[in-house]
Ligand binder design. Structure first.
Ligand code: CP
Ligand code: NVA
Length: 309
């Protein structure tokens, strides 16, 4: 179903396509653990354009491509002509002549849209200021591992800044039939257009997407509590100001008292202990958080195999 398609946003995926990605990710994870060869992209090449930093995304895509029998090229914008002003639309058409897929991490979401418009090969969004779909699909896989395959009706509470993760969680939970509540300060709500679209998507699956300002209200009876940095890449100058504004939105032991007894806490990483999450909560849920980090590998292998295969 996804063959030849781009993966820019979970909103663009059907419920079946989301399930197809999660099912293949599970299968590929099992194969890798068992040492069973799965060279679904033998001889293929992925170009990875990074206009922002990365640890997990870079290493998991590169390793994933290798495990699928292909290879990956790390393309920093410091080295590409893109960094000197060559238009995205020219870069897209040139790279399409060499590569079988393009992965891009950048600032404006419009850059990813432009890349996909002009590229003849699948384009995968590896984070923009607006969305981080690979991470949220990974998180859905991780939730399945901890809470069972059927995600319908599970409650996720997001606490913190209404950012690219929040936006993608709204789309992801809507497709998965989950109850999603985000608690953010009034002026840091997730994107209004994304919110509306996710609320529309939610109707198909019986999910719900709700925005509140009280973290305790959001976390009440939650099965999953998630948070993310208070200052995303590109917002470093606002960090000190944000630390004051977001203080009541820290995921700590007191906040978690209202959650379901079997709650899991997730974090896409990198984490800033003492800010969005306390050291004790982070370390208590470290097994979940590092499974989540590992699952980037398996989920992205599924995305690449389905789109580029
Ligand atoms: N979670 C995530 O995308 O991490 P990196 O920024 O290290 O890639
Ligand atoms: N919201 C964070 C996610 C990092 C993976 C950022 O954009 O910096």
């Amino acid at each position: 179903m996804l063959k030849g398609k781009d993966m820019l946003s979970i909103h663009d995926l059907s419920v079946d396509e989301v399930n197809e990605i999660l099912a293949l990710a599970k299968e590929l994870k099992a194969k890798q653990k068992a040492g069973i060869e799965h060279h679904l992209l033998k001889g293929k090449t992925l170009g990875m354009i990074f206009e922002k930093s990365s640890t997990r995304t870079r290493v998991s895509f590169e390793t994933g491509m290798y495990q699928l029998g292909g290879q990956a090229l790390f393309l920093s914008n410091r080295d590409l002509q893109l960094g000197r002003g060559e238009p995205i639309k020219d870069t897209a058409r040139v790279l399409s002549r060499y590569l079988d897929g393009i992965m891009i991490r950048t600032f404006g979401h419009d850059r990813v849209i432009e890349m996909a418009k002009y590229a003849d090969v699948p384009v995968i969004n590896a984070l923009t200021d607006l969305l981080h779909p690979c991470q949220v699909l990974t998180d859905l896989l991780t939730i399945q591992e901890y809470k069972g395959k059927d995600l319908k009706g599970l409650k996720m509470a997001y606490v913190g800044d209404g950012n690219n993760m929040t936006n993608s969680f709204m789309y992801g939970c809507a497709k998965a039939g989950m109850t999603f509540v985000a608690a953010t300060p009034e002026n840091y709500k997730p994107d209004p257009v994304v919110t509306k679209q996710a609320q529309e998507d939610a109707k198909e699956t019986g999910a719900s997407v709700t925005l509140v300002t009280d973290p305790y209200e959001a976390v009440k009876d939650a099965d999953i509590v998630v948070t993310d940095t208070w200052a995303s890449m590109g917002q470093e100058a606002e960090h000190d100001e944000r630390k004051k504004i977001f203080k009541p939105y820290q995921v700590n032991a007191d906040l978690l008292k209202g959650a379901d007894k079997r709650v899991i806490v997730m974090h896409c990483l990198p984490a800033y202990r003492g800010e969005e999450i306390t050291e004790d909560v982070f370390e208590h849920y470290a097994p979940v958080i590092f499974d989540e980090a590992e699952n980037r590998l398996h989920t992205q292998k599924a995305i690449m195999a389905l789109t580029m295969g």
